[in-house]
Design a protein around this ligand. Structure first.
Ligand SMILES: Cc1cc2nc3c(=O)[nH]c(=O)nc-3n(C[C@H](O)[C@H](O)[C@H](O)COP(=O)(O)O)c2cc1C
Length: 420
């Protein structure tokens, strides 16, 4: 039995509402007490009878219905909970949260609570990607909600695919437990965890660009530096999404892992993982892919002449986030792996990609950075360059995430100056 903590589950009116039944079962198996609040729309998708049977409590819906002596008002529902999870969170519920509405029981409880809130969106990909939803999601995250998911994949509607699937039950429970753990003994203390309530997105490792069904173009990135950054952010209390190319190292515990192969898949995974407070682009993303992928294995020509490979440019992931007009992370950190003119190239990259900091490292063969356990980095920001001594990649990660936490705590205007 994991806990006797009390969870209030708010079920929104989306097609994924039925999945709340599995969530309730799994939470109760782990010893949590669960109280469910259903929006009116949620009743169209799942019956209060099923929900109540699994919570073993009555289900709450109405804001103005205190005649019944079993009824509990919204203030008490908010106060009695250790954590509130909204699953599925509809676009509508997220919009109401973002604007502080309280015109039904679910939204009144969400506004009246000072407890941690975990929000698990589920909706059609076009609803999720709509600028209004992007704004609303960014707002509720800025207000302190922890976002979990949505996942990418097929929708219930035929022919629809993309970001918008409710996160898996195991992910929801992991997010609940992480948020409860970071709230400590219930006093809400986040001492030593300055990234609590923040979402940190990290890319790591190489990408592989297929040439034909058996060959690919790759690079020597091991993923060690990116994985250490993800681990450091998690230790500082952040919810972390680690988007990794093919690597031979173990992923850090307690972070959400998204595995990708190509640069294009990494680009899509990064955008689907937004919003984030901090984004760190440590992956060595291929600049080019095959202009035309061979459908069969390329054979040796009888002439003996080697075939010519034509490449096309991949979209720049760092730039696509650094220059995002809406929903840009508060702090965008890129990496510059260079063999020549390290600082000049890093400074150029800072400007052209819209990054706040560039972590410049010399990846010439003699440095042993690629695949090695140490790194010598220079942090290039609008303020100038701060050169750090040679350290382990774990130490670089720790210092970088501490500085990032300080920078975002100081607000958007301070982010350029905290890279010392
Ligand atoms: C068949 C059907 C499926 C729906 N699925 C979703 C969904 O998955 N996500 C969502 O945000 N809205 C969905 N909606 C729209 C919501 O039900 C609608 O916005 C409603 O007002 C939400 O109410 P609530 O946020 O109070 O639960 C769906 C509507 C219908 C008719």
């Amino acid at each position: 039995m994991a806990s006797t903590k009390r969870i209030v589950l708010i079920v929104g009116g989306g097609i994924a509402a039925y999945k709340c039944l599995d969530l309730i079962r799994r939470l109760r198996e782990r010893g949590y007490g669960v109280r469910a609040i259903m929006t009116r729309a949620a009743h169209e998708f799942v019956t209060p009878l099923s929900v109540g049977a699994l919570t073993n409590e009555r289900v709450f819906t109405e804001l103005f219905d205190l005649d019944d002596e079993r009824e509990i008002g919204h203030i008490r529902l908010a106060r009695d909970a250790d954590l509130i999870i909204v699953a599925p969170a509809t676009a509508d519920l997220i919009a109401k949260m973002a604007t502080g509405q309280a015109n039904d029981l679910a939204t009144a409880v969400l506004l009246a609570t000072d407890k941690p809130i975990v929000v698990a969106p589920a909706m059609n990909p076009r609803m999720w990607l709509h600028p209004a939803t992007r704004r609303n999601v960014a707002q509720i995250v800025a207000d302190g909600a922890t976002l979990v998911g949505p996942g990418i994949g097929e929708m219930a509607e035929r022919g629809e695919a993309g970001p918008g699937r409710l996160a898996e039950t195991t992910e929801l429970i992991a997010a609940i437990e992480q948020r409860l753990a970071s709230a400590g003994d219930g006093s809400g203390t986040t001492h030593g965890k300055p990234l609590t309530g923040r979402h940190v997105l990290v890319t790591s490792g190489p990408t592989h660009e297929p040439v034909d069904p058996v060959r690919y173009i790759a690079n020597r990135s091991s993923g060690k530096q990116g994985h250490e950054i993800a681990a450091a952010a998690q230790r500082l209390g952040a919810r972390v999404t680690l988007i990794t190319g093919p690597v031979a190292i173990e992923p850090p515990g307690g972070v959400r892992i998204v595995r990708v192969i190509t640069a294009d898949e990494m680009l899509n995974a990064v955008h689907a993982a937004l919003p984030a407070d901090i984004a760190v682009f440590a992956a060595a993303v291929a600049d080019w892919r095959m202009a035309k992928l061979a459908s069969g294995k390329i054979k040796k020509p009888s002439s003996g002449e080697p075939p010519t490979i034509k490449l096309a440019e991949n979209q720049d992931i760092l730039k696509s986030i650094g220059q995002l007009p809406l929903g840009r992370p508060q702090l965008v950190i890129g990496f510059a792996a260079e063999t020549d003119n390290l600082l000049a190239n890093a400074q150029k990259k800072l400007k052209s990609k819209g990054a706040d900091w560039i972590v410049a490292n010399d990846v010439s063969t003699v440095t042993g950075v690629m695949g090695g356990d140490t790194n010598t980095v220079h942090i290039v920001s609008g303020d100038g360059v701060s050169s750090w001594p040679r350290m382990s990649k774990a130490e670089v990660a720790e210092k970088l995430m501490h500085n990032a936490a300080t920078a975002i705590a100081a607000g958007p205007n301070a982010r350029q100056t905290a890279a010392e």
